[in-house]
Design a protein around this ligand. Sequence first.
Ligand code: AMP
Length: 529
Amino acid sequence: MEVTERNRAGQSSSDASIADGVSDKVKERSIDQRLALLGDPKCVICGRYGEYICDETDDDICSLECKQILLRKVANSRSSTRLPATDQCYYVRDADDGPDSLSLTCDQASLLRKKLDIFVKGDFVPPPILSFSSCSLPQKLLQNMEAAGYEMPTAVQMQAIPAAMTGKSLLVSSDTGTGKTASFLVPIISQCACIGLGNPDCKKPWAIVLEPTRELCIQVEDQAKVLGKGLPFKTALVVGGDPLAGQVYRIQQGVELIVGTPGRLIDLLTKHDIELDEVKVFVLDEVDCMLQKGFRDQVMQIFAALSQPQLLMYSATISSDVEKMASSMTKSITVISVGKPSTPTKAVKQILIWVETKNKKQKLFDILTSKQHFTPPAVIYVSSRLGADLLSNAITVTTGIKALSIHGEKPMKERRDIMRSFLMGECPVIVSTGLLDRGVNLLSVKQVIMFDMPNSVREYVHQIGRASRLGEEGQAISFVNEESKNLFPELVELLRSCGAAIPRELQNSRYAIRSAFSGKGKRKRRHGL
Ligand code: AMP
């Protein structure tokens, strides 16, 4: 073995218990390694958990990939030559490298994209960046990113940040939890900071981010504040549930970024005459949802009030319909997709259990009271608000485990308090409707339980994605029965493609079987009608 496994005798008890759960296989890539917890040794290259010690240099490292980079760096510093941007070297975090010092040739860019599963479509797409410092970001922004633990760009950031900084309109798809939010916030903050420094009197909003839910807005605004700290960059949250007057006042005082939901932003436009003529960047997060019927008209109304801004559209899953609609909104669009769209992150272990509806509650209690199977913090998804309230009560009463429900009928303050107590570890279980399914950042979630299956496989992918952020391992248990038979054909296909076990009843179900044998023929006939 080329690296020494950390000596357990020298570890704290929490280290030891983590090490117990780690397989003997040496981690190949940085992305396979978990993030460092408080007090953990950190990889000197990427900052993840330094599970190993490099024999040659005695440094903490997380994987063979980072070991190679480390040795390369040592060799280069010895021979005083510059680090070559070869295919092996993806991650470089030298803040003192100049902006263009690590730009890639066309061949290197294609090779890197291939290795990271980055697919691009469009004219003159810039090469991926290897480090944040290689694309002329303000120093203060780089410091904020470092303080937030962003040591190196994730795959989507490597490609989307330089592309967005050229002013191109983008349609980006990448798994949930892969750093999409920062990939649009970083270019926005960078440009606002440059403009703000040059023109301190400009008080009109410069960018808008639209999100489908209040929770997502809060999360994105929080991240924007962290990244924009100390820069001429102010934000306004424009969501229902908080008084409109306060939001209007804040915008009138001068903000660079508005983060909001479509409905409330329209209220603002129609009732308060807020001027959006300086808006240069319009972000549609969760664009597949934003361009669906419920939101589409509102989104288009807001878009029509702007003067042809740069469009940045993001989602974990992007269908050809969405691609068509997105393309119709702008003259030219660059499509970036990272990983295989519609495929759940590999870090989530999918377990499907066939459970009849009348037995679901008991099955859930069995899981929650089993030391082996319950891995909190957990989110349980149900299909209705009432169901969420009833089930969270039943869990607390029957199992003694504190469970709270969260859904759109609860006032915003209560929802914030619930989220806070979940994130602080005071409440190990949240029962939620689809409210929490889209991108909401539940970094600590280890387990997702789909008590009720959602209405589409796309939603299923979003929801199980909550169990893994930035590639950390998680588990998704789903209760299936004939009530979700509409999903079976696509679900079976998805499970096969991920190598997940398929329950016998699901495999044998006539709904799944029919699709496997006659799907194509049926589609053809329907076309003819
Ligand atoms: P997102 O996919 O945008 O919801 O991001 C998931 C989580 O990853 C958030 O907590 C971000 O703060 C964090 N994150 C984003 N980019 C990076 C990065 N380059 N390095 C470390 N953490 C990151």
